[in-house]
Design a protein around this ligand. Structure first.
Ligand SMILES: NC(=O)C1=CN([C@@H]2O[C@H](COP(=O)(O)OP(=O)(O)OC[C@H]3O[C@@H](n4cnc5c(N)ncnc54)[C@H](OP(=O)(O)O)[C@@H]3O)[C@@H](O)[C@H]2O)C=CC1
Ligand SMILES: O=C(O)CCC(=O)C(=O)O
Length: 425
């Protein structure tokens, strides 16, 4: 099992190093560089919640709004013991680059609550989510800052947020606020396909990589770290492309089977009482301490940040790393992977299908429309293919890696917005 994010170099340090590299190469205006190196707003709330046994627990929640030059802040909420202000700052900053690269009218925000959701009942999680929403108040809003699901949060929690937020508005106005949050259940204003949009997007970018490198995905072996929303859906779409899942790691353990693990069977298994991949009957449990070095062609990190480091990067054998997670690779590991000639599809491109799906949900609510699954999947695929091609082109123009190229492309759009508005007299 992987070690905790907290014990490794900070994710905020990583995102700033990535930004600095791109800013240097593109010769970014120094004032814009200073603006983008700083978060706009950092909110910390402490709020009490009554537990099932009648006791009261105080929780700490975060929302960081990094930048809104292109539109409202957008990004998920995470429930995890390692959520803190620095994690929220890093994740919010990545959202700014991601939404800009995708060409969306959004900025970047992120937040969450520091807790281990496995320790709470469903009723307690509902009260925590509703209290957190009250505590945030109008620091979120459909045209201001729009949360969405992330690690350990789901469509049900988004429905509680929407309901709580809307209940603070006048009854005649409430329906105008449905798009305060995305990733809701389809029955409550959610979008058909938002559930799979991140995992689908990961696989669209892998297919584009395969086309570029003239490789067939048929029979290619891959491993996935994290078998939640992103890992599961990515595995479903990798199966459609003929690739073979051989290893999976989650917080409960690591399994490996060189003959293949059926993603659907594993999804059914993990949805059961065990809640993870441990003891899956069709793949033995193995030592996962060197997970990324397993024999495979493609690695999909889809769990937490700072997992591929200078310690394990030298042993990676795969041809491609497709970053389903946010910030899974440290800047030091990036250097090693580049030297080894391993391709890497950076998080702000690879997992951007999620926020693009959220944008479609937001539009659906805002315009009173109902989109079909075909609409969503078709538009998502087209948008991601364009993004992938633009990153490859910028990388060639600047003779740089794909992560730096993705940053350059994202930063350029924000730079233009600042220059056109004339904030500098
Ligand atoms: N959901 C989305 O739309 C998007 C998510 N992302 C990113 O993708 C990543 C995964 O998010 P998502 O799938 O939504 O989250 P989920 O909560 O659905 O799944 C997280 C997965 O990571 C596993 N995990 C947690 N801790 C560890 C650990 N120490 N070692 C190994 N595995 C671990 C969990 O295991 P267990 O179940 O056993 O706890 C679970 O399988 C995150 O980095 C997130 O920011 C990026 C873009 C959009
Ligand atoms: O769907 C969204 O708004 C954001 C999802 C998210 O948190 C992410 O892309 O990291």
């Amino acid at each position: 099992m992987i070690t905790e994010e907290k014990k490794k170099p900070g994710m905020y340090e990583s995102v700033q190093k990535q930004f600095d590299r791109a800013a240097d190469i593109m010769g970014l205006d120094n004032n814009i560089r200073r603006i983008l190196s700083t978060t706009n707003t950092e909110i910390i709330v402490h709020f009490p919640v009554k537990m099932d046994d009648g006791s009261v627990e105080i929780f700490t929640g975060y929302r960081v709004q990094h930048n809104n030059a292109l539109g409202p802040y957008k990004g998920g909420l995470r429930y995890h013991p390692e959520v803190d202000i620095n994690a929220a700052k890093a994740l919010a900053t990545w959202m700014t680059w991601k939404t800009s690269l995708a060409g969306l009218p959004y900025g970047g925000g992120k937040g969450g609550v520091q807790l281990n959701p496995k320790q709470y009942s469903q009723a307690e999680l509902e009260r925590i989510t509703r209290r957190f929403t009250y505590a945030l108040g109008d620091n979120i809003g459909p045209e201001y800052d729009i949360p969405a699901p992330d690690v350990n949060t789901n469509a049900q929690m988004m429905a509680w947020i929407a309901d709580t937020y809307m209940s603070t508005k006048a009854p005649s106005e409430r329906s105008k606020y449905m798009h305060v949050v995305t990733g809701k259940p389809v029955g409550s204003g959610g979008l058909e396909g938002r559930d799979r949009s991140t995992g689908f997007g990961v696989v669209v970018t892998i297919r584009e990589w395969a086309k570029l490198r003239n490789i067939s995905l048929e029979g290619k072996k891959y491993i996935v770290q994290g078998f939640g929303n992103v890992g599961q859906w990515a595995s479903v779409f990798m199966k459609e492309s003929g690739a073979i899942l051989v290893g999976v790691q989650d917080a409960t353990g690591t399994i490996y089977n060189e003959n293949g693990i059926d993603p659907e069977a594993l999804i059914t298994y993990t949805a059961g009482n065990n809640g993870g991949v441990k003891d899956f009957p069709h793949a033995p449990e193995v030592d996962g301490s060197d997970f990324f070095a397993f024999d495979c062609d493609i690695v999909i990190p889809a769990a937490l940040g700072n997992q591929i480091t200078e310690e394990n990067a030298p042993r990676i054998k795969a041809q491609l790393i497709a970053e389903g997670a946010n910030g899974p690779t440290t800047p030091e590991a990036d250097v090693i992977l580049n030297e080894k000639g391993i391709d890497l599809i950076p998080d702000i491109l690879c997992n951007s299908g999620g926020v693009i799906g959220s944008y479609y949900e937001w539009l659906q609510n805002r315009n009173g429309e109902i989109w079909t699954l075909e609409d969503v999947i078709g538009r998502l695929q087209q948008k991601l293919e364009i993004s992938f091609a633009s990153v490859v082109k910028v990388a060639e123009e600047h003779n740089t890696d794909w992560r730096t190229a993705a940053y350059i492309q994202a930063i350029k759009r924000i730079e233009l917005a600042y220059k056109q508005r004339g904030v500098f007299p």
